[in-house]
Design a protein around this ligand. Structure first.
Ligand code: NAD
Length: 406
């Protein structure tokens, strides 16, 4: 069989623990036999991040911007417990995802992968709902204050020119808590552009919701910037037969629950945090969520939404064959290959990405599943729980049948 050629390399970001093991298996069984794979490899494993003082993460993100398409394995974000587990760590390094997100200035889109035996909890949902979460500011960059005495709290803005704006937050008669948060108009604009672009790329309607009836200035700014940005995209939306729809977040929740799915729901940072967990749980599991980071310049990074599945890794180290679900990581690879193929105008590479996804879905729908899916499945489904390796072998066999018969 002739392998499929690539023109431009993918930026490959390797990771940690069980997902690092799956990464290697996916490459060996599902990609290298079929594709003359070209990648620019960055090892984002925790120890290499430590060795390079985290410069490898920065270099990988810059490469993703330059080459346009990246695929990332899940990585450990160190916390206190990890500092004890890895005594060689010289610093509690930042989350690689946060570093990459801030360099690419991107928006994260999370989309569930649906299989036959795991029905969404919401029975009307027929197609995936993609959550687009603004990844900067609001609660996540807020400053908090706790006070004991009666008094007044003010918000004071001092411009570099020296001009000041002052606003009374509240007069408190006793102990109180306070919070101030911010966002940049440029970040909201990038968020809006990424959402409109992704809606066009994936041919889906875009919904956006805030609480601008209460938060007239802050949320009102989000609403207005989306409207301004939409004016440039609206002809392309009309041509594509898709629509942009703004509503209040409470109305959006009611409509989402009664919907059939099949659209993108853009949310502010906190709303996106909560709603993406709600949507992934209601669709099945975190192990079936793909995640795509899209920058306003169009560069894209694909990954699974889940973490490094630590417990499975420790069982793997003891010689067990864990049943870790590789689906979302496979879809990260297929998404990146399809995107690379479409940018480089390589239809064979796009078709390979599609075939890889289909082979994965056919294998799962035919009853070979990992244990997490087995536990979630409807009880009468005739399913066989298998290890990750067995599942990947079965997917590879389907791919071989498809490509060898050509
Ligand atoms: P996790 O996603 O690894 O696991 C959460 C739960 O979901 C566990 O019960 C796990 O068994 C289950 N699960 C997740 N993915 C699964 C899969 N593919 N197959 C079967 N079961 C699966 O998250 P965690 O335990 O909170 O974190 C573990 C490590 O991952 C941490 O060090 C964290 O920093 C890192 N993490 C990385 C990313 C990322 O790189 N994008 C995201 C989240 C967490």
């Amino acid at each position: 069989m002739q392998k499929i050629n690539m023109a431009t390399p993918l930026v490959e970001m390797d990771g940690d623990e069980m997902t690092r093991i799956l990464w290697q298996m996916i490459k060996e069984l599902l990609i290298l036999p079929f594709v003359e794979l070209k990648t620019e490899y960055y090892d984002l494993g925790l120890l290499n991040r430590n060795r390079t003082k985290d410069q490898v993460t920065v270099q990988a993100a810059l490469a993703a911007k330059e080459l346009g398409v990246a695929v990332k394995c899940a990585t450990i974000t160190p916390n206190r417990q990890r500092m004890e587990e890895y005594p060689e760590l010289t610093q509690m390094w930042n989350s690689p995802n946060a570093t990459i997100r801030s360099i690419m200035d991107g928006t994260v889109f999370r989309r569930p992968i649906i299989v036959n035996h795991v029905r969404p909890v919401v029975r009307t949902w027929e197609s995936p709902i993609t959550i687009a979460r603004h990844a900067y500011g609001d609660l996540y960059k807020a400053v908090d204050l706790r006070t004991e005495e009666p008094g007044s709290c003010e918000l004071l803005f001092t411009a570099d020119s020296g001009r000041q704006e002052r606003l009374l937050v509240q007069r408190a008669d006793g102990p109180a808590v306070w919070q101030a948060c911010h966002n940049y108009r440029s970040s909201i604009r990038s968020f809006a552009r990424s959402c409109f672009q992704y809606a066009l790329d994936t041919h889906q309607d875009l919904w956006f919701s805030t609480k601008d009836t209460i938060s007239k200035t802050y949320d009102g700014e989000f609403k207005q910037i989306f409207e301004q940005e939409y004016s440039a995209f609206s002809p392309a939306f009309k041509r594509a037969g898709i629509r942009y729809f703004y509503t209040l977040i409470d109305d959006a929740v009611a409509r989402v629950i009664r919907s059939r799915g099949g659209f993108i729901w853009a949310c502010k940072n906190y709303d996106g945090d909560v709603m993406s967990d709600m949507v992934s749980t209601a669709f099945g599991s975190l192990a079936m969520m793909t995640s795509v980071l899209v920058a306003p310049d169009g560069s894209t990074e694909y990954e699974a939404a889940h973490g490094t599945v630590t417990q499975h890794y420790y069982r793997y180290l003891k010689g067990e064959k864990p049943s870790t679900n590789p689906t979302a990581t496979i879809f990260a690879w297929s998404g990146a290959l399809k995107k690379r193929g479409s940018i480089d105008q390589l239809p064979d590479l796009v078709r390979f990405g599609e075939s890889l996804e289909q082979a994965c879905l056919d294998t799962l729908n035919n009853g070979l599943v990992t244990k997490d899916l087995f536990q979630l499945a409807e009880q009468n489904a005739a399913l066989h729980p298998v290890s990750s390796e067995e599942l990947l072998e079965a997917i590879a066999e389907r791919l071989r049948q498809k490509f060898d018969s050509k």
